[in-house]
Design a protein around this ligand. Structure first.
Ligand code: GTP
Ligand code: MG
Ligand code: ZN
Length: 338
């Protein structure tokens, strides 16, 4: 097997590459990391360091970790990313720096693992938000609850089973690690997302059996992480397949993720079809099937308000986007990425 096949190149992708007009004069590879204007592209022979040219970046899609790209050796510029091949899946969030633009975090992943540490009290709202992001990517979601060695015997995370497969892990006794590995076949890609300090990089190391990713203790006072990982990096597993380690995410605004939202809140969405009004907000409308279910104890009122909050966020974003569409375009700042 070739290296590119191990890291995800399949027949369809190869055909897509070969159909390019300039296939003979470029090299195919996968973006392993994007770091301060430089893109590392993994190819069958080498890891290429490709300069990310800011002028070109305006014209082409800016490559992200996990992208399949072609690299051309330009006489003046040196190695440049020529094309970004079509993304099959991508994790998209609202750009934290800009109110109404989206930002792609990683592309072409088969599975998105939402990681939560059992050493801290459950933060349902945050897990749900990450799950919407995960499902919206088009990849399959997975939930990993780390630090089982520090958890109460009876954690209260059973409800997550309804949304995605759940694996409990501990790097102290190694439990659950091989189960995670089973979700990454040769040629497949799994990405870890979650807040800082939950043990994403520790899991990468446990899967590889070697300390290749940097990890650091959480803060004594509040058990929060120290933002140790700083780039999104694709890491090859010995048995084939890859994992992408990501920096802990502080801010995650959702982006046009209505469908995924209703998957994470499938219990509420299923009831909502019985509400009298199609656009029922499940607050005070008559004939609301969801509030009836809350009254009879079938739906947790906290979960309903978390759903409404996310729903509201997406609705406001849609209105704002629509409004901007009908406005003359403001002069766009030159977004230089260093
Ligand atoms: N007890 C215990 N500690 C763990 C476990 N997994 C990770 N840790 C510890 O948690 C701390 C943070 O782990 P990291 O792997 O650096 O966390 P991270 O999610 O990569 O954090 P960022 O890179 O900052 O996003 C380290 O001190 C790890 O040793 C576990 O299963 N049990
Ligand atoms: Mg890390
Ligand atoms: Zn309703």
């Amino acid at each position: 097997m070739s290296r590119l096949a191990d890291i995800g190149l399949d027949d369809a992708r190869r055909a897509e590459f070969e159909a390019l007009d300039d296939a003979a004069s470029v090299v195919l590879g996968r973006v392993g990391r994007v770091d301060r204007g430089e893109v590392v592209v993994l190819t069958d022979d080498d890891d290429l360091r490709v300069l990310s040219d800011s002028q070109r970046a305006q014209a082409v899609v800016a490559p992200v970790t996990g992208d399949w790209v072609t690299v051309r050796d330009d006489e003046e510029l040196g190695l440049v990313v020529e094309h970004v091949l079509e993304r099959r899946t991508s994790i998209v969030r609202r750009d934290p720096a800009e109110q109404i633009t989206d930002q792609v975090l990683v592309a072409n992943v088969d599975r998105v693992a939402v990681v939560h540490g059992l050493d801290l009290p459950a933060n349902e709202a945050r897990i749900e938000r990450f799950l919407v992001l995960a499902i919206d990517s088009g990849a399959d979601p997975l939930i990993i609850l780390t630090k089982q060695d520090l958890a109460d015997a009876q954690d209260e995370m059973g409800w997550l089973d309804e949304i995605a497969p759940v694996i409990r892990t501990s790097i102290i006794d190694g439990s659950g690690v091989s189960e995670v590995g089973e979700y990454i076949a040769d040629g497949e890609t799994l990405v870890f997302i979650g807040p800082s300090g939950v043990g994403k990089s520790s899991l990468v190391n446990a899967l590889i059996g070697e300390e290749i990713a940097e990890t650091a203790d959480v803060r004594e006072s509040d058990r929060r992480g120290r933002h140790t990982t700083t780039v999104r990096e694709l890491i090859e597993l010995p048995a084939g397949g890859v994992v992408i380690d990501t920096p802990g995410i502080r801010a995650i605004g959702l982006w046009a993720a209505d469908v995924a939202l209703d998957e994470v809140f499938a219990d509420i969405a299923a009831l909502a079809v019985d509400c009298r009004f199609r656009d029922c907000t499940h607050r005070s409308e008559p004939g609301c099937a969801v509030t009836s279910a809350v009254e009879s104890g079938d739906i947790n009122p906290m979960r309903l308000s978390r759903y409404q909050l996310l729903w509201q966020e997406l609705a406001e974003q849609a209105i704002e986007l629509e409004r901007r569409k009908h406005q003359p375009r403001p002069q766009r700042r030159n977004r230089r990425r260093r």
